[in-house]
Design a protein around this ligand. Structure first.
Ligand code: C2E
Ligand code: MG
Ligand code: MG
Length: 803
């Protein structure tokens, strides 16, 4: 029997399983018991029936010989009586008289003495001399003459015959006086008395028939009337003769084993039909048969009950086991399997219990692992999120604030890179330990991954969270000794408050993170989320996401702003400035999207587009004889790409533009980010013949001494110093001295943001080399720029005015 457990998740499956298993078991037992019983029953019935039939056949044979003995005893008796009478002197005298009445009287006398039923005297000529019955009846009996001739051979003859309607046993002897003068016949009636006597001795039914004309005579029989008639109808078919076999007959619904004997030979013999009722003999057998069937049914019922009980005994524990397995499958481990049996199923139950314990244990471990951070043992992002959801629900119910804090270690990457991951791990663990130690038990501290931690302060608003955090961070970031090295980390934290800054976990987490990045950017340790920042953040995300499309769909455009030679008014330089017409946000100023794209790490995509477009434009203008050197701005990150020089040179080469036609503007802060590395890239660019310019000079912290070592040609003084030059004497001093110093270092100087003539005049005075600004021209689209260049009046307007 195969037990198939199907994990359908429905409890019905289990019930069905045990149900059919149990049914099979019951059916099997019933079939085995039933077949065994039925075979026994049939065997017993058949054997019994056969033995009953045999017994009846035996009885019939015995009865036949009894019957013969009985008949021959009567013949003997008759023979004696007839011989005594034939030898009687008185009788002889009477017979000699030939006086019929006398003779009949003697015959009657004698017959009654020996209980004979009939006697008659037949003359030698065959005529009836005297008779106790009507002589005409005797005359009609054909057997008389047969007996007479039989007597010729011996001294007497015996036989049976019908006289009238009745059969008789007849014996005949000759009468001598002294010569033979007649034959004496004497007979016993074969009647009911004989039949009954026979029946009482043998228990068999007997019927006497006239073998010749049976139908005309009433048979003598122990059978009931209807059976007697039925037998008469079948008479012709009965087998005759002394060695004839017995046959089975049905008479009026009763079965008989039947044997036939003929009492005398001849054409019309008296037949004796001996019968033993099979129906009667089988009656006890049939009763026994029903008893047996009863016993059979009873046993079967008992077997059924036993089988059901047994099957339940086996399947019930299995059902419970299946149920338990299903329970375990559903993750319910608190109930134990109770199978008390000591057999295999009991062992299986015990195994299931052990399995359940082990699964529960393992699951607990896995759940813990799934919800906690391996390194610090703190809740992980998933659990933190869950706790936050719960905290928010509670807070909403009791109308209390929740303070959500996002933290990030500053310069953690540097610790990892310079001191190794091992130290990084120790720092993270120590930070986690300190955070947990200094917060309330009811607060949640989680590690979201990397160097990011997350704290939930329940029943605290942003203000109290701010106070708490300032104090907390002081102690958490305190330096500590790690194998002789003093390690300290700074932490930036962002706070968002429920419900002021958001009513759900996702929003609060995002806003706390935005606040945290603001903290990093502003050098403040802790910053509370500022409403509206999120939207800006969204816009930033969209900008980053849309960059690729912008390049592919030509959403970018370059505008060109001329740079003029202050001394001569000549214009042979222009700065390429990018413009983005965003399909959703419209025009986005480069100051907004460039830092965002730079942060996303994809700036090179944009820079390459700018370079390619600017170089192509340069080539197009060249063809129109507009000779300008185009300046392209580079971002901080562009300088970190070691392939930058090759990319630029390849584009120049492909468009057949000389490197001298290209200028690169690099902001001061970009150069100072990684001066050694930038130096290498810049040197390669300069060596290739490209002009380099330091943009926004004055906004960073570099000194002219540092700049001296850089392979640049030009300084662009930031527009913040130029815009108010004529009004601000301090600016004027700075600008003047910067120009002087730059010149002594052999650098050309460009002033950007020249808006006024006064400003331009001062710059001329300071002998600044170039000017760029709205006074000369705003940045122009390529077509407008070409037009502007070719319209000399427009182009020179500023110079003439200034002059
Ligand atoms: P930047 O390189 O210093 O460019 C000069 C900026 O000053 C330009 O602003 C220009 O329109 C503006 N400007 C020029 N003359 C005047 C003036 O007389 N008065 C005032 N108030 N402003 C003037 P813009 O086009 O908005 O560009 C801003 C900054 O975006 C640029 O500063 C540059 O750093 C960056 N940028 C622009 N295009 C690119 C680019 O293609 N690549 C990179 N990496 N940065 C770019
Ligand atoms: Mg610039
Ligand atoms: Mg600038």
């Amino acid at each position: 029997v195969t037990v198939r457990v199907e994990a359908t998740g429905e409890t019905g499956a289990g019930v069905e399983l045990t149900f059919s298993f149990r049914n099979k078991l019951v059916a099997l037992l019933i079939v085995v018991v039933g077949v065994a019983q039925l075979t026994t029953l049939i065997a017993v019935l058949l054997t019994t029936q056969r033995s009953v039939r045999q017994t009846v056949g035996e009885e019939l044979r015995v009865a036949e010989s009894v019957f013969e003995r009985l008949l021959s005893t009567r013949f003997l008796q008759l023979t004696n009586s007839v011989q005594v009478l034939a030898a009687d002197f008185g009788f002889k005298q009477a017979a000699a008289t030939e006086d019929a009445p006398t003779i009949r009287s003697v015959l009657e006398n004698h017959a009654s003495r020996v209980d004979a039923d009939v006697a008659f005297l037949v003359s030698l000529s065959g005529s009836i001399v005297a008779s106790t019955i009507d002589p005409q009846i005797v005359d009609a009996a054909t057997e008389v003459s047969a007996m007479l001739s039989a007597m010729q051979q011996g001294d007497h003859a015996a036989g049976a015959m019908y006289l009238g309607q009745r059969p008789y046993q007849i014996v005949a002897v000759p009468v001598f006086a002294p010569n033979r003068l007649a034959s004496l016949f004497m007979g016993f009636a074969i009647d009911d008395v004989l039949a009954r006597e026979f029946e009482s001795v043998t228990g068999l039914d007997v019927t006497f028939f006239d073998g010749g004309v049976a139908a005309e005579r009433h048979p003598v029989s122990t059978l009931a009337g209807s059976q007697r008639e039925a037998l008469a109808a079948l008479l012709e078919t009965l087998p005759r003769g002394d060695d004839a076999r017995s046959v089975e007959l049905e008479l009026d619904g009763e079965r008989f084993l039947t044997a036939t004997r003929s009492l005398t030979p001849g054409s019309a013999p008296v037949l004796a039909v001996l019968q033993k009722s099979l129906s009667v003999a089988l009656e006890p057998y049939y009763q026994q048969q029903w008893q047996l069937v009863g016993v059979f049914a009873l046993t079967l019922a008992l077997a059924l009950a036993a089988a059901v009980a047994l099957a339940r005994g086996i399947t019930e524990p299995i059902r419970r086991l299946a149920e338990a397995a299903m329970r375990i499958g559903e993750g319910n481990y608190d109930r134990r399997v109770t199978v008390t049996a000591r057999d295999e199923i009991g062992r299986l139950g015990a195994t299931l219990n052990t399995m359940q314990d082990e699964i529960a244990e393992r699951e607990k471990r896995i759940v813990h692992q799934a919800h906690h951070d391996d390194l610090t043992g703190l809740p992980n992002r998933w659990l933190a999120r869950d706790r936050l959801d719960n905290a928010l629900r509670r807070a909403a119910r009791y109308d209390k604030p929740v303070c959500v804090v996002m933290m990030d270690l500053d310069r953690f990457k540097q610790i990892n890179d310079s001191l190794g991951h091992h130290v990084g791990d120790v720092v993270l663990k120590e930070t986690a330990r300190r955070l947990v130690a200094r917060l309330r038990r009811s607060d949640t501290v989680a590690r979201l991954g990397g160097d990011e931690f997350f704290v939930i302060l329940e029943r605290a608003d942003a203000e109290s969270g701010m106070r708490l955090l300032k104090h907390l961070l002081e102690t958490v970031t305190a330096a500590y000794d790690l194998d002789g090295i003093q390690v300290s980390v700074d932490i930036s934290a962002g706070i968002a408050e429920f419900p002021a800054h958001g009513d759900n976990a996702t929003t609060l987490l995002r806003r706390a993170e935005i606040a945290m990045y603001d903290a990093k950017g502003s050098h403040a340790k802790v910053v509370v989320y500022e409403p509206g920042r999120d939207e800006g953040h969204f816009r930033q995300l969209a900008i980053v996401g849309d960059l690729r499309n912008a390049v592919a769909d030509n959403q970018f455009e370059l505008h060109y702003q001329p740079k003029a030679d202050i001394a001569t008014g000549r214009i042979d330089h222009a700065e390429a400035l990018i413009r983005w017409h965003h399909p959703r946000f419209g025009f986005i100023p480069p100051d907004e999207f460039i830092p965002v794209i730079e942060q996303s790490g994809n700036i090179m995509l944009m820079t390459e587009w700018v370079l390619k477009t600017a170089i192509r434009q340069c080539r197009a203008w060249q063809a129109k004889s507009i000779d300008v050197c185009v300046a392209v701005n580079l971002s901080t990150r562009d300088l970190l790409d070691e392939h930058l020089p090759e990319i630029i040179l390849r584009h120049l080469d492909e468009n057949d533009v000389s490197p001298a036609r290209l200028q690169l503007e690099i902001t001061e802060s970009a150069l100072m980010r990684d001066p050694k590395y930038s130096l290498e890239v810049l040197s390669r660019l300069r060596d290739a013949g490209i002009r380099l310019s330091i943009d926004d000079f004055g906004t960073g912290y570099s000194s002219l001494a540092q700049l001296k070592r850089l392979p640049v040609h030009e300084l662009k003084i930031d527009k913040s110093f130029i815009l108010h030059l004529s009004r601000d004497t301090e600016d004027a001093v700075i600008v003047h001295s910067t120009i002087e110093l730059a010149h002594t270092m052999g650098l050309e100087v460009v002033a950007e943001g020249v808006e006024t003539r006064d400003g331009l005049k001062l710059l001329q005075e300071y002998r600044c080399d170039q000017a760029q600004g709205y006074l000369i021209s705003k940045p122009l689209a390529a077509g407008a720029f070409a037009e502007w260049m070719s319209a000399s009046d427009k182009r020179n307007a500023w110079f003439q005015d200034a002059a």
